[in-house]
Design a protein around this ligand. Structure first.
Ligand code: FES
Length: 175
Protein backbone atom coordinates (compact mmCIF):
# COMPACT_ATOMS: atom_id res chain seq x y z
CA UNK A 1 0.00 0.00 0.00
CA UNK A 2 2.77 2.36 0.98
CA UNK A 3 4.64 1.52 -2.26
CA UNK A 4 1.49 2.27 -4.24
CA UNK A 5 1.13 5.68 -2.55
CA UNK A 6 4.77 6.46 -3.28
CA UNK A 7 4.33 5.57 -6.96
CA UNK A 8 1.20 7.73 -7.15
CA UNK A 9 3.02 10.69 -5.54
CA UNK A 10 5.88 10.36 -8.01
CA UNK A 11 3.50 10.21 -11.00
CA UNK A 12 1.42 13.17 -9.77
CA UNK A 13 4.56 15.17 -8.98
CA UNK A 14 6.06 14.50 -12.41
CA UNK A 15 2.82 15.47 -14.16
CA UNK A 16 2.64 18.70 -12.16
CA UNK A 17 6.22 19.63 -12.99
CA UNK A 18 5.63 18.93 -16.70
CA UNK A 19 2.47 21.05 -16.72
CA UNK A 20 4.24 23.92 -14.95
CA UNK A 21 7.10 23.71 -17.46
CA UNK A 22 4.75 23.79 -20.45
CA UNK A 23 2.86 26.74 -18.96
CA UNK A 24 6.04 28.62 -18.12
CA UNK A 25 7.44 28.60 -21.68
CA UNK A 26 4.74 30.79 -23.30
CA UNK A 27 4.64 33.09 -20.28
CA UNK A 28 8.40 33.58 -20.50
CA UNK A 29 7.98 34.20 -24.22
CA UNK A 30 5.42 36.91 -23.57
CA UNK A 31 7.65 38.61 -21.04
CA UNK A 32 10.76 38.44 -23.22
CA UNK A 33 9.18 38.99 -26.66
CA UNK A 34 8.68 42.80 -26.68
CA UNK A 35 12.38 43.53 -26.28
CA UNK A 36 13.18 41.37 -29.33
CA UNK A 37 10.32 42.40 -31.63
CA UNK A 38 11.00 45.02 -34.31
CA UNK A 39 8.86 48.14 -34.10
CA UNK A 40 5.94 48.38 -36.55
CA UNK A 41 7.73 51.23 -38.32
CA UNK A 42 10.86 49.18 -38.92
CA UNK A 43 8.94 46.08 -39.94
CA UNK A 44 7.07 47.27 -43.00
CA UNK A 45 8.08 47.98 -46.57
CA UNK A 46 11.68 46.93 -46.27
CA UNK A 47 12.23 48.47 -42.89
CA UNK A 48 12.88 52.05 -44.02
CA UNK A 49 9.44 53.32 -42.99
CA UNK A 50 8.37 54.53 -46.47
CA UNK A 51 5.01 53.25 -47.73
CA UNK A 52 3.69 53.62 -51.28
CA UNK A 53 0.21 55.17 -51.40
CA UNK A 54 -0.30 56.11 -55.09
CA UNK A 55 1.33 56.78 -58.44
CA UNK A 56 2.26 60.41 -59.12
CA UNK A 57 0.17 60.49 -62.30
CA UNK A 58 -2.94 59.63 -60.24
CA UNK A 59 -2.72 62.93 -58.33
CA UNK A 60 -4.34 65.98 -59.91
CA UNK A 61 -2.44 69.26 -59.57
CA UNK A 62 -4.04 71.65 -57.08
CA UNK A 63 -6.24 69.08 -55.32
CA UNK A 64 -6.09 67.42 -51.95
CA UNK A 65 -6.68 63.67 -51.99
CA UNK A 66 -7.09 61.31 -49.06
CA UNK A 67 -5.15 58.04 -49.37
CA UNK A 68 -5.08 54.96 -47.16
CA UNK A 69 -1.73 53.91 -45.72
CA UNK A 70 -1.43 50.12 -45.57
CA UNK A 71 1.43 47.84 -44.69
CA UNK A 72 2.58 45.00 -42.52
CA UNK A 73 2.41 45.62 -38.81
CA UNK A 74 4.15 43.45 -36.26
CA UNK A 75 3.77 43.79 -32.55
CA UNK A 76 4.88 41.61 -29.67
CA UNK A 77 2.09 39.08 -30.17
CA UNK A 78 1.03 39.08 -33.82
CA UNK A 79 1.97 39.92 -37.41
CA UNK A 80 -0.65 41.42 -39.72
CA UNK A 81 0.17 41.87 -43.42
CA UNK A 82 -1.66 44.59 -45.38
CA UNK A 83 -3.11 46.19 -42.33
CA UNK A 84 -4.56 49.70 -42.58
CA UNK A 85 -2.09 51.84 -40.65
CA UNK A 86 -3.78 55.18 -41.17
CA UNK A 87 -4.62 57.75 -43.84
CA UNK A 88 -3.00 60.85 -45.28
CA UNK A 89 -4.15 63.93 -47.12
CA UNK A 90 -1.79 64.77 -49.98
CA UNK A 91 -1.78 67.94 -52.01
CA UNK A 92 0.05 68.08 -55.34
CA UNK A 93 0.75 71.80 -55.62
CA UNK A 94 2.53 71.70 -58.98
CA UNK A 95 3.94 69.49 -61.72
CA UNK A 96 7.21 68.55 -60.03
CA UNK A 97 7.67 65.61 -57.68
CA UNK A 98 8.88 68.03 -54.99
CA UNK A 99 5.56 69.86 -54.81
CA UNK A 100 3.76 67.27 -52.68
CA UNK A 101 2.52 68.17 -49.20
CA UNK A 102 1.26 65.55 -46.73
CA UNK A 103 -0.88 65.82 -43.62
CA UNK A 104 -2.07 62.98 -41.40
CA UNK A 105 -5.82 62.41 -41.71
CA UNK A 106 -5.89 61.25 -38.08
CA UNK A 107 -7.40 63.95 -35.85
CA UNK A 108 -4.94 64.98 -33.09
CA UNK A 109 -7.85 65.18 -30.62
CA UNK A 110 -8.99 61.54 -30.31
CA UNK A 111 -8.06 59.97 -33.62
CA UNK A 112 -11.16 60.25 -35.83
CA UNK A 113 -10.70 60.65 -39.58
CA UNK A 114 -10.44 64.24 -40.82
CA UNK A 115 -12.44 65.18 -43.94
CA UNK A 116 -12.32 68.05 -46.38
CA UNK A 117 -15.13 70.58 -46.02
CA UNK A 118 -15.06 73.31 -48.65
CA UNK A 119 -11.62 74.89 -48.63
CA UNK A 120 -10.58 73.61 -45.21
CA UNK A 121 -10.46 70.41 -43.13
CA UNK A 122 -13.02 69.22 -40.62
CA UNK A 123 -13.30 66.48 -38.00
CA UNK A 124 -16.95 65.67 -37.43
CA UNK A 125 -16.44 63.66 -34.23
CA UNK A 126 -16.24 66.68 -31.93
CA UNK A 127 -16.25 69.44 -34.56
CA UNK A 128 -12.66 70.56 -34.91
CA UNK A 129 -11.76 72.51 -38.02
CA UNK A 130 -8.38 73.10 -39.62
CA UNK A 131 -7.14 75.58 -42.21
CA UNK A 132 -6.10 74.52 -45.70
CA UNK A 133 -2.50 74.23 -44.47
CA UNK A 134 -3.51 72.12 -41.45
CA UNK A 135 -3.47 74.82 -38.75
CA UNK A 136 -6.06 74.32 -36.00
CA UNK A 137 -8.93 76.82 -36.29
CA UNK A 138 -11.73 75.77 -33.93
CA UNK A 139 -12.78 72.91 -31.70
CA UNK A 140 -11.12 70.67 -29.11
CA UNK A 141 -8.13 69.54 -31.16
CA UNK A 142 -5.07 70.58 -29.10
CA UNK A 143 -2.90 71.18 -32.20
CA UNK A 144 -3.00 71.42 -35.96
CA UNK A 145 -2.94 68.45 -38.32
CA UNK A 146 0.29 66.48 -38.18
CA UNK A 147 2.68 66.79 -41.15
CA UNK A 148 3.68 63.58 -42.94
CA UNK A 149 6.83 63.35 -45.10
CA UNK A 150 6.14 62.60 -48.78
CA UNK A 151 8.54 61.63 -51.57
CA UNK A 152 8.41 60.20 -55.09
CA UNK A 153 10.51 57.18 -56.14
CA UNK A 154 10.23 55.86 -59.71
CA UNK A 155 6.80 57.47 -60.02
CA UNK A 156 5.53 55.99 -56.74
CA UNK A 157 4.24 58.45 -54.15
CA UNK A 158 5.51 57.32 -50.76
CA UNK A 159 4.85 58.55 -47.26
CA UNK A 160 6.78 58.05 -44.07
CA UNK A 161 3.86 57.13 -41.86
CA UNK A 162 4.02 58.26 -38.25
CA UNK A 163 1.51 57.97 -35.43
CA UNK A 164 1.48 60.96 -33.09
CA UNK A 165 0.22 61.05 -29.53
CA UNK A 166 -3.43 62.08 -29.34
CA UNK A 167 -4.91 64.74 -27.09
CA UNK A 168 -1.74 66.71 -26.37
CA UNK A 169 -0.52 70.06 -27.68
CA UNK A 170 3.03 68.87 -28.37
CA UNK A 171 3.69 66.70 -31.41
CA UNK A 172 5.06 63.43 -29.99
CA UNK A 173 5.89 60.51 -32.31
CA UNK A 174 4.57 57.16 -31.13
CA UNK A 175 5.64 54.88 -33.99
S1 FES B 1 -11.54 63.32 -32.68
FE1 FES B 1 -11.53 65.02 -33.99
S2 FES B 1 -12.47 66.60 -32.85
FE2 FES B 1 -12.45 64.91 -31.50
Amino acid sequence: MSDRRTVLKVVVGAAGAATAGVAAVPVAGLVVAPAHTPSPLAARNGGDGWTTVARLEELAVGQWIQLAVTGAEIDAWSASPDRRLGAVWINRRGEGADTLQGLSAVCPHLGCLIDRLGDHFNCACHVSSFAADGRALEGPSPRGMDPIEVRVRDGAVQVKWVRFRLGVADRVKEG
